[in-house]
Design a protein around this ligand. Structure first.
Ligand SMILES: [Zn+2]
Length: 825
């Protein structure tokens, strides 16, 4: 289906202003479709002119413009023309719409735990017309009055406060002006916890089968919500403008969360049914604060077009870390940012699909989806941190407040935002924004203590004079022997304080992680890292060292064996839980499975398992450190006796006795080693008959070795059209767990032939994720790279933009592994 272009959006915004939207949804008509009735009142600046309405129904029942019926047959490829407009117009559309299974539009899920159905709207990008007729672009905002008919046992939650006017009939309060992509309705027998803060009614909701963990965890989430409201009210000087504030944890959600005003949706894996690590609660806390920041930045003031998407996401990403550190117990939020977010962004910067933070093309709405990446989030946030270092926090906050007040309930652009920053700071930001926002690329920073210099290497492909404000720290044993601040101007900056300081064993450039750059460690530091990293007393500097090691592996400058060795010695002694979790995930999930040569992988996995066993042994039972240790042991261990015991529920570490998610980690490892059969997996699933249990079983079955098991899993991914987005992800995540490359090789050509075809029945956002997970990254061979290149070169309509993007990025990562193996053997 075609996607709205920027020039079409400009023309339509110049012509129209939408006065009001009335949307009536009847969700009581069965499991597959619903009836949508929309009344749009809008003004036209040039009476007599024509425009078009966006609409993606199963069946268009009727359409009237100013009382005159239009022929439904005029609907073509998601659009219907409206001609001879008056100054004031009313369009009424009645249509039958389809519930979705891919997390886009109005998604409907069934909970196997109790057979209950749940519906939620995710209208982001261009899914709104599959729920109601509209002018679908971010700068045609309007107040919404939504009403819903639903089964009587259901609860309805939406952007406006919901009132049940009679059994099964709900009226939602009229909203402030909203962009189309922010409208949502969540309906089903949701379980709820309600509260209030500073006059704002609060609600937290999840599936009924998650009621117990929801009620157990709600207070922590409410506390974060209250603290964030106080913080943002103080910082921005503008009260939260959207009435009630609901946070709904919904099934099979593609992203982490979505900032619908008054009704934020989250993936419901954030309601932890088993034990949760500190790092996981931190991530949820960060997401809550991120979505709340959007209430001002994104929702109150919305980007005019998708090309300024970064402005929303970079700001929310930056604010979430800041709020987590300043207003919650998670004062280590910036360390988490290094290992959880910036490493993701650096990886994005190394692929051919990297792009400037701002000023991207986003010629149509679908193209904009491709920019939802580590650049828009992590680099954008790092760039804002550099901006604050450049102009000062006071000017930054004053500028943000002025920008929000000026454009409240409307739209803004990068130019508007920078204008307010310049006025608040009195500084010209032209050069600064050209280097940091309008040019892609990642500099490499290195420090030479004896030479007294810090160097900056600018990538040839993206020349720019990026100024870096940073610090360099030196450590010997557990002592910090120096920390010096520097602003890099040009490629070599003299920092005499380095030579004056005591000689350090480990030198860490960008030790506080203030700037956006790959850190290259000097030879002495690299040699000292395996034995010295664990003793570094500063968690932030340790995180920077870990990131430098993993980035070095990807760049082919650090031997993956050095990282495995360092993992074995330093990881069990690590005290920051974000570092523990994220680095183990990166090392086990990528360094070991792709960079380490195939023949050495089981040995490397044994090092991971040994480190996990050591951490489990040395941690206090029941702590979240012990939990993380047990999880990585369950994932990496080859000890069949231990795994079987744990699968049977015997001798489990304290706190994991009834933890079904932990059990699935064990079962998947057993399955991947061919030690259990499908009957065993189904038996475990029958004891955990939930959505999570279904996904665990699919992943375990897909992980089973041998031609028959792989053939079954591949068919389920590429040919079973009933599979939901989450089921596809689970299958794809398990598929490449297989040590026999002869079995896997056959699926390399099949991936390129069959996966792109799935665009016929899976939405772009969902399929992009499946395409990444299902990519043959385990087959680190030139033939795989050649097959990627051939698929990308084929052109035409063979690959949708989302699938193409997934292949470009996965191919780039595969080539990093090939390069590393060529260098280090
Ligand atoms: Zn966001």
């Amino acid at each position: 289906m075609r996607s709205l272009t920027r020039s079409e959006a400009r023309r339509r915004a110049a012509l129209l202003s939408v006065t009001s939207m009335e949307v009536d949804l009847d969700l009581s008509r069965g499991e597959h479709t619903f009836v949508s009735t929309t009344t749009i009142r809008f003004r036209c600046a040039e009476p007599g002119a024509a425009t078009f309405l966006d609409l993606k129904p199963v069946e268009l029942t009727s359409l009237t413009l100013n009382g005159s019926p239009l022929d439904p047959a005029g609907l073509d490829d998601g659009r219907i023309g409206l001609e001879g407009l008056a100054e004031d117009n009313t369009v009424v559309v009645v249509a039958t719409m389809a519930f979705s299974r891919d997390g886009q539009g109005l998604h409907r899920a069934v909970d196997p735990a109790d057979g209950e159905h749940y519906v939620y709207g995710h209208l982001f990008l261009d899914a709104a017309p599959s729920v109601f007729a509209c002018f679908d672009q971010p700068d045609l905002k309007a107040p919404y009055a939504v009403s819903v008919t639903a089964p009587e046992a259901w609860q309805v939650i939406g952007n406006g406060a919901a009132t049940q006017v009679r059994p099964g009939r709900w009226q939602l309060a009229s909203t402030q002006p909203l962009a189309t992509y922010f409208v949502t309705v969540c309906a089903g027998p949701y379980a709820s916890v309600r509260s209030e803060h500073d006059g704002i009614p609060l609600g937290i909701h999840a599936r009924a089968s998650l009621r117990e963990p929801l009620e157990r965890q709600a207070e922590q989430m409410l506390e974060v919500t209250r603290a964030s409201f106080d913080y943002y009210h103080r910082l921005f000087g503008i009260r939260y403008p959207f009435g009630e504030y609901h946070q709904v944890f919904v099934p099979e959600f593609n992203a982490g969360a979505m900032e619908n005003p008054g009704c934020v949706t989250f993936r419901d894996t954030y309601v932890f049914r088993g034990a949760a690590a500190r790092d996981e609660v931190l991530t949820r806390t960060n997401t809550i604060a991120h979505e709340m920041a959007h209430m001002w930045f994104g929702d109150l003031v919305t980007m005019r077009w998708w090309d300024d998407l970064w402005l929303n996401e970079s700001f929310a990403e930056y604010m979430a870390h800041r709020t987590t550190v300043d207003a919650t117990e998670f004062t280590e939020g910036w360390v988490d940012s290094t290992v959880a977010r910036k490493m993701w962004g650096y990886a994005a910067e190394r692929t051919p699909s990297t792009h400037p933070v701002a000023g991207g093309a986003a010629l149509d709405a679908q193209a904009a989806l491709q920019d939802f990446d580590g650049i828009s989030y992590a680099k954008g946030a790092a760039t804002l941190r550099q901006l604050i270092a450049h102009i000062g926090d006071e000017a930054f906050i004053a500028g943000v407040g002025a920008y929000l007040r000026e454009h409240a309930y409307g739209n803004g652009t990068l130019g508007d935002f920078l204008g307010f920053m310049e006025r608040a700071s009195g500084k010209d930001l032209g050069e600064w924004s050209k280097a940091w926002l309008l040019t892609a690329g990642l500099d490499v920073i290195a420090a030479d203590q004896s030479g007294g210099v810090v160097t900056r290497q600018v990538p040839e492909a993206f020349p720019a004079d990026r100024p870096h404000t940073l610090d360099v720290a030196g450590f010997t044993g557990s002592e910090e022997v120096f920390r010096v601040a520097a602003t890099l101007v040009g490629d070599t900056t003299e920092v005499p304080a380095l030579t004056a300081a005591p000689r350090a064993r480990l030198v860490v450039p960008n030790a506080s992680d203030l700037t956006w750059a790959t850190v290259a460690l000097d030879a002495g530091t690299l040699a000292a890292v395996p034995s010295g990293l664990a003793q570094v007393p500063d968690a932030q500097a340790r995180a920077v060292l870990w990131a430098a090691l993993v980035d070095g592996v990807c760049l082919g400058t650090v031997d993956p064996r050095t990282v495995v060795e360092t993992f074995g010695s330093a990881w069990p002694k690590e005290h920051n839980e974000s570092v523990l979790n994220r680095i183990a995930t990166a090392v086990l999930g990528r360094v070991v499975t792709t960079f380490v040569p195939h023949a050495e992988q089981s040995q490397a996995r044994a090092v991971i398992a040994g480190a996990a066993a050591e951490l489990l042994q040395s941690s206090e039972p029941g702590t979240t450190r012990a939990l993380l240790a047990a999880r990585f042991l369950a994932r990496s261990s080859s000890d069949e006796e231990l795994l079987r015991r744990w699968a049977a529920g015997d001798g489990l570490p304290p706190g994991l006795e009834d933890d079904s998610d932990f059990r699935w980690l064990v079962v998947r490892n057993l399955a991947g080693r061919g030690l259990v059969d499908p009957g065993f997996v189904e038996e475990v699933r029958s004891q955990d008959d939930t959505l999570a249990g279904l996904l665990g079983s699919l992943s375990a079955r897909a992980a089973m070795p041998g031609p028959d098991a792989k053939s079954w899993a591949w068919e389920e991914i590429t040919a079973n059209r009933e599979r939901s987005n989450y089921e596809l992800n689970a299958l794809a995540a398990g598929f490449w767990v297989e040590d026999d490359l002869d079995v896997l090789r056959g699926y390399v050509p099949r991936y390129f032939a069959e996966l792109p075809q799935m665009a016929q029945w899976v939405g772009a956002d969902a399929l992009g994720r499946v395409a990444t997970l299902a990519y043959p990254a385990r087959v680190v061979e030139q033939a795989t790279a050649d097959a990627s290149a051939a698929a990308l070169a084929a052109g035409g309509g063979h690959l949708t933009p989302a699938v193409r993007r997934s292949i470009v990025d996965a191919d780039s990562e595969l080539r990093e592994a090939l390069r590393s193996r060529a260098v280090f053997g």
